[in-house]
Ligand binder design. Structure first.
Ligand code: PMT
Length: 405
């Protein structure tokens, strides 16, 4: 059976650089990529859809209300087809729409529905590029995981000189190919991810827990699966949907997590522990609902739970890469570094959970990746993007270990 070619959906918006999208399309085809084009109506003033239709060999999607010619034009089908969604040139207008969640034409609705990595190659007048709104919108999109090839500086079609020129088409194509390849760079790698909180029972109706939503661990599991890894996700009780292509194994208590993780850890290549297991549990769980005691204080006696990461770390095999998180409120880096060593981890993700936009139950995070050799402070990013960066680093650690052997 013939192997299916990877697919790039190329969005073309209305700027003078639109003609360069033809060259991008040709270069992608030379790299054995199937390209589908969607254009804004303004882009059609610069290059006729027929040009892209002829070059790509596929109908060009412009208007959501047009009838399809030979295939299912509707935006969802096109969005699903994309392995990478490239918008080149990307005007200030499409950047603004994407940042604000506006979907009012074929291109903006399609990119909104797409699950594939999105790469923007902006091109515009220098004043527009430097405008605070445009830069803010780009920051918003980057925090959501959108990739950007910044424009080059030079002489612009409008007569001005400065930043805003569409980056060299070869560079744009190279970044697109990198994203296409990256997608499957974990093929054959076995990954165990832990996520979410634990619940330690007090009595049949009450428990001790924490604010973990599972979002961080789920994002890691989802990204690893998309990149081709074989993923098992050990999940505490959470209220978010399971990522597709991932085996989910539930746990409730830290002891259950210990059992499930120990059963599987030795057969994994990479272990990423984003769960927030309780350090303590109630020594004696009441068999019936505990009643109030006429105003007298109530004491719960807590005993220490096993440290799952430390136990697994002590049995780690030479080629395995173990990653932990450190959720801290003070002396973040120092505490994280101690955990890196004590739990025999290869990397720890230091998470200052006091910072707005970081830690529990939000869609973003601010972390520092710490290995034995280096520290990298990441800015405020979506948990999806943080997940990608953690996986990049874990893969690099793994290939280093494999080469050393
Ligand atoms: O789930 P979200 O709402 O998205 O929030 C994400 C998060 C804040 C939970 C996540 O980013 C995070 O920081 N997870 C680690 C939480 C935690 O328990 O940190 P810790 O510093 O107490 O533990 C250090 C490491 O040891 C962690 O990898 C933890 O999984 C592990 N651990 C902790 C206690 C224990 N008894 N056994 C363990 O294995």
């Amino acid at each position: 059976m013939e192997k299916k070619k990877p697919c790039v959906v190329l969005g073309v918006t209305g700027g003078i650089a639109a003609y360069k999208a033809c060259e991008i399309l040709r270069l992608l085809q030379k790299r054995d990529v199937d390209v589908y084009v969607t254009m804004t109506k303004n882009a059609c003033h610069f290059v006729a859809p027929l040009t892209f239709e002829t070059l790509s060999g596929h109908p060009v999607a412009v208007d959501t209300f047009e009838r399809p010619q030979t295939w299912e034009v509707e935006h969802i089908a096109l969005a699903k087809r994309a392995d990478v969604f490239l918008i080149a040139p990307a005007t200030a207008n499409i950047i603004g729409k994407m940042a604000s969640g506006i979907a009012d034409d074929m291109l903006s609705t399609t990119v909104m529905a797409a699950k594939a990595p999105v790469l923007l190659a902006p091109a515009m007048n220098t004043g527009m590029w430097e405008n605070a709104a445009v830069q803010h919108n780009l920051d918003v999109l980057k925090a959501r995981g959108v990739h950007v090839v910044a424009p080059a500086s030079g002489h612009l079609a409008c007569g001005d000189s400065g930043a805003g020129k569409l980056e060299n088409v070869e560079i744009i194509v190279e970044r697109t190919i990198e994203l296409l390849n990256k997608k499957r760079d974990m093929e054959g790698v076995r990954v165990l991810v832990t996520a979410g909180p634990t619940r330690e029972a007090i009595d049949p109706v009450r428990y001790i827990s924490n604010r973990s939503s599972g979002k961080m661990g789920y994002a890691i599991a989802e990204s690893a699966a998309k990149r081709g890894a074989e993923v098992v996700l050990l999940s505490g009780p959470v209220a978010i949907p399971a990522p597709s292509g991932v085996e989910v194994v539930p746990f409730t208590t830290t002891q259950e997590l210990m059992e499930q993780a120990s059963m599987r850890a030795l057969t994994q290549d990479i272990l990423i522990q984003a769960a927030a297991p309780a350090d303590y549990r109630v020594e004696t769980v009441a068999s019936q609902k505990i009643k109030k005691q006429d105003g007298a204080p109530m004491t719960l006696r807590l005993i220490e739970n096993p440290d799952v990461a430390a136990a697994l770390g002590s049995a780690k095999k030479p080629n395995q890469v173990f990653v932990g998180f450190a959720a801290e409120t003070n002396d973040v880096i120092a505490h994280a570094e101690k955990k890196l060593e004590r739990k025999n981890l290869d990397m720890i993700v230091a998470n200052n959970v006091m910072r707005p936009g970081a830690g529990f139950d939000v869609d973003t995070n601010i972390v520092t990746l710490i290995t034995g050799e280096h520290k990298e402070d990441l800015p405020l990013l979506s948990k999806k993007e943080v997940a990608e960066r953690i996986l990049d680093c874990a893969l690099a650690l793994r290939s280093k270990k494999m080469h050393l052997r």
